[in-house]
Design a protein around this ligand. Structure first.
Ligand code: PMP
Length: 396
């Protein structure tokens, strides 16, 4: 069939460019050590930053949640799927980020991807002239949200405050929405949020902050990037995910209650989908307690110690380390094929590190993306350091 041949050709082109992605099936729970294809691997590629994805207390809470609420929610939130567990989760999340907002309220989502689609389309739905100002390195879900909104979108260069300021000054739009990752997912660095917020306040713009990689991992209490920078403003619209440091799944948006009510009424990715299983929301209550409590504090401290260990230990001759202080530690290689070879060589040695190529990153900036977790031991990180240093030498 000609249609199939077209698809096959397109896949072949991807293959020729070393851009075919392979899924590997994991036969164990998520954690620092996983079983894949009959081998035990040391995994440095998950976003389970605090090692909670297989935590005994959260697993028990999930079972308890299923016992109380059953398995499915049965409907979307606006029909009959908004279960007590979702409401409790949303209230609990207000305690996490409410200090940073005015008249705070939260709304929970099935995934961060959907939360981002909802926020951007929801904030711009009522104004055909709305304009979006999107940071160059934003996550795909923010880019897709802007596309779905059909609002005029301008991309400003990475962390370029003067460029953003010029765009905001030139804009005549009544609704201006600046959108940024807090921790850039492929680079690990932080957006200059205090300065971005000052600009947004000055120009009466919303600042949508995607804290997928900061929620639970940043801030003394794990409240995320707003706690980290001690920010507070009615202009902030905050998105946090619950499947990374929080270890479970889902996401939420926190903002002024009027923004949240707008999302409930207008955001199609919220309205037209089945609510998450309430047992997940119930399990998340335990996860949030852990994040905020002594265990979360201890786990964040271990994670930071491992980041420092990697920082001190790596000697990567011609590969470039990107300046990141977070759990995301990218090693820039550039060439797709060399990045794939490096990833494969590590895998051979039992080390699973993400090899990231375009279109996830810009052409010519393929990289190894090491992610650390509080679940790793110092010995495991030392093994990774030795392997990376040796590999970088081999290629010079
Ligand atoms: N934003 C960023 C910055 C992300 O890295 C991700 C996931 N990789 C998402 C949003 C989407 O979150 P989720 O996985 O919960 O859909």
């Amino acid at each position: 069939m000609e249609l199939l041949n077209q698809l096959k050709q397109q896949l072949q082109t991807l293959d020729d460019q070393q851009l075919i992605r392979k899924r590997r099936t994991v036969d164990s729970p998520c954690g620092p050590r996983v079983r894949v294809e009959g081998r035990e691997l040391l995994a440095f590629c998950s976003n389970d930053y605090l090692g909670l994805a297989n935590h005994r207390k959260i697993k028990l809470a999930l079972q308890e949640g299923a016992a109380i609420y059953g398995v499915g929610s049965g409907a979307s939130h606006l029909i009959s799927g908004h279960i007590r567990a979702h409401a409790m989760l949303e209230e609990r999340l207000v305690q996490f980020v409410g200090d940073h907002l005015e008249a705070p309220r939260t709304i929970s989502f099935c995934t961060g991807y959907m939360a981002n689609l909802a926020v951007i389309t929801g904030l711009t739905a009522g104004d055909k002239q709305a304009e979006i100002f999107s940071e160059e390195l934003n996550h795909a879900s923010l880019i897709d949200g802007a596309r779905l909104s059909r609002a005029k979108t301008q991309v400003y260069p990475h962390a370029d405050l003067p460029a953003l300021e010029a765009l905001l000054k030139a804009s005549k739009a009544a609704t201006k929405v600046v959108v940024t990752d807090s921790v850039f997912s492929m680079d690990g660095n932080l957006a200059p949020l205090p300065q971005l917020l000052a600009l947004c306040e000055q120009h009466d713009a919303w600042l949508v902050v995607d804290d997928a990689h900061g929620f639970g991992a940043l801030g003394a209490q794990g409240h995320g990037v707003l706690e980290h920078f001690n920010l507070r403003s009615p202009n902030l619209v905050y998105m946090g995910t619950l499947g990374k440091a929080a270890g479970v799944g889902g996401a939420f948006v926190a903002a002024h209650e009027t923004v949240i009510e707008t999302l409930i009424q207008k955001a199609r990715p919220y309205i037209f989908t089945t609510a998450t299983p309430p047992a997940l929301a119930h399990a998340l209550l335990t996860s949030l307690d852990l994040l905020e409590g002594d265990e979360g504090i201890a786990r964040r401290a271990s994670l930071q110690a491992l980041v420092a260990q990697l920082d001190e230990g790596l000697r990567l001759e011609r590969w470039q380390r990107l300046p990141s202080k977070t759990a995301i530690q990218p090693i820039l290689i550039g060439d797709n094929a060399e990045t794939m070879r490096a990833g494969a060589a590590l895998y051979e040695q039992g080390l699973w590190v993400g090899a990231i190529r375009p279109p996830t990153v810009a052409p010519g900036t393929a990289r190894l993306r090491v992610t650390l977790s509080a679940g790793h031991t110092r010995q495991e990180v030392a093994t990774l350091i030795t392997a990376l240093n040796a590999l970088a030498l081999e290629r010079t």
